[in-house]
Ligand binder design. Structure first.
Ligand code: DQA
Length: 145
């Protein structure tokens, strides 16, 4: 049975493709997810993707992953900078946890310089556009090997 990676996408990531393409690129979320899932399948993982614009949905997905997933890869969108509740949920997940961003929040507005999630994940990957997803998959595979 293949091991499950929960891929989480937070608010407004459903708008990728048309949302600020100069910052986030022109690929849609579906394209990122399809690529990530395909590469994950090649490495023996299956992917469950949840996108929501609601904080509680993401928290419930994290809590539901506790006994079903071996890793969480999360782009929490702007909740990255505000959600201590999501951080608390992630802190209780024992598997591999990677925070990703398409852009480099540290090089942007000051409110993006804080991540509530950074302290409860194994590591953060930011600023590589679509490559951030590939690097996150590499990190998961290595952390679990
Ligand atoms: C983002 C960065 C966040 O600051 C922003 O709110 C997003 C996208 C990224 O992938 O670069 O929604 O997480």
């Amino acid at each position: 049975m293949s091991r499950v990676i929960l891929l989480l996408s937070g608010p407004n990531l459903d708008q990728l493709g048309s949302r600020s393409p100069e910052i986030y690129g022109s690929q849609t979320l579906e394209e990122h997810v399809a690529r990530f899932s395909g590469e994950a399948n090649d490495r023996g993982f299956s992917v469950r993707h949840v996108q929501s614009n609601f904080e509680g949905d993401l928290i419930e997905a994290v809590n539901g992953a506790r006994d079903t997933a071996v890793a969480i890869v999360i782009n929490a969108g702007a909740l990255t900078h505000t959600s201590w509740a999501l951080a608390d949920a992630l802190a209780t997940f024992a598997g591999a946890k990677i925070e990703i961003h398409l852009s480099n929040p540290a090089a942007r507005e000051p409110f993006r310089h804080v991540s509530t999630l950074a302290g409860v994940v194994d590591g953060s990957i930011s600023g590589f556009g679509a490559l951030s997803y590939d690097l996150a998959l590499d990190a998961v595979a290595r952390l679990l090997s």
